[in-house]
Design a protein. Structure first.
Length: 371
């Protein structure tokens, strides 16, 4: 699915280099730019309703209260590994909203809405980067689609969560998010720690892909402090961003290095590391990734173990993450996207909707019995 680059920018580059000097011509960058609407322009084009903003603000408030131990319910960040089909994503959101209302006495459900996918090498990089699934990389279209999707989810009354990957995306979407994550590959990144210090919602920092927790702990500390850095303002102007720090950072245990870290001993180790750094020990367990050994069906086992820890009085675990979609498993991205199975992930494998309902209802019932 290779797309030919436009010839005009290449011609312009060639015109700027002396044609007789092939060495200089070789130094011309094989890159070009195209216009992107500013964050302010996109917000004006797709404004948030009062209901949507009430959902976001309420979600942030509840999650803050969970982290501050003023709300005893665990958070559950649950949803597709990534959003590739907005129609199926909206279908999932409507189902999740009904389940969230049903279980609201015991669990606080937040929809996982991931638009950007970090890649170790190559692959589809998410709805924002390639919304048409054809390597055309119409990023402006993708950002519009992502914002429209978040607005629809918020209008349902369902809070949303995502991973912050591109440093500019929060200016376009951040106002619509109640929770965000910094991934295992970017927790060591200075710019991501600085961005987290500016965001107005709780931020979960994942442990490293090797399973180590140091990067996440250091990131939580760094993000809690004020920073000044180069960024983008709402008009699209490069600006100096000055932050006050985000005190709502917490750790996300996702396994790594070939082994899980959701068990009681690993949680105790993480709790002690956070306390040693002078932090409130708040931990979210990611039931997928290294903790499930990339087997989506094992997420149920991880959740059951976490519930057992709650029953034993483990207060450091404030929530879980689950990768879930309408259909179980995953599928490869096809040359013809119309041939993809409806409601099935094209990135990491997910548990089915029916299994999601069972898992969360059982967890809620176990928590009710603790009262």
């Amino acid at each position: 699915m290779k797309r030919d680059l436009p010839t005009a920018p290449v011609a312009a580059c060639q015109a700027s280099c002396p044609p007789a000097d092939e060495d200089l011509l070789a130094e011309c960058p094989f890159a070009y730019t195209e216009p992107m609407p500013s964050p302010a322009a996109l917000r004006l084009e797709q404004p948030a309703s009062s209901r949507a903003m009430q959902t976001v603000i309420h979600g942030r408030r509840v999650l803050r209260n969970i982290l501050d131990r003023r709300d005893p319910r665990p958070m559950v960040v649950v949803g597709p590994c990534s959003i590739h089909d907005p129609v199926a994503g909206r279908d999932y959101a409507q189902r999740l909203k009904q389940l969230a209302d049903e279980l609201a006495d015991s669990l606080y459900l937040v929809m996982r809405v991931y638009f950007e996918k970090p890649r170790s090498c190559t692959g589809w990089k998410g709805l924002i980067n390639d919304p048409h699934l054809d390597a055309s990389c119409r990023i402006a279209d993708g950002m519009r689609e992502a914002r429209r999707f978040l607005l629809d989810v918020a209008d349902l009354g369902l809070p949303a969560a995502t991973e912050v990957l591109d440093p500019l995306s929060p200016q376009y979407l951040g106002e619509l998010l109640s929770w965000a994550a910094i991934g295992a590959r970017t927790a060591e990144s200075q710019i991501h720690r600085e961005i987290a210090s500016a965001l107005p919602m709780p931020i979960g920092f994942k442990n490293g892909t090797d399973g180590g927790l140091d990067a996440a702990v250091n990131a939580i500390v760094a993000a809690s402090r004020p920073h000044s850095f180069l960024g983008l303002d709402a008009s699209g102007q490069v600006a100096i961003v000055r932050t006050q720090g985000n005190r709502l950072g917490h750790a996300v245990l996702r396994g790594g290095g070939g082994k899980p870290n959701y068990d009681a001993a690993s949680v105790a180790q993480a709790r002690n590391a956070l306390q040693k750094a002078g932090l409130v020990p708040s931990i979210v367990v990611d039931c997928s990734h290294g903790n499930s050994s990339k087997d989506h069906a094992r997420q149920k086992q991880v959740l059951q173990d976490v519930v057992t820890q709650w029953q034993a009085g483990e207060a450091a675990i404030v929530g879980v993450m689950i990768e879930s979609f309408i259909e179980a498993g995953n599928q490869p991205l096809l040359a013809d996207p119309a041939q993809l199975r409806y409601g099935c992930s094209i990135t990491d494998a997910c548990v089915s909707w029916s299994d999601t309902e069972t898992m969360l209802r059982e967890a809620a019932q176990a928590l009710r019995q603790l009262r």
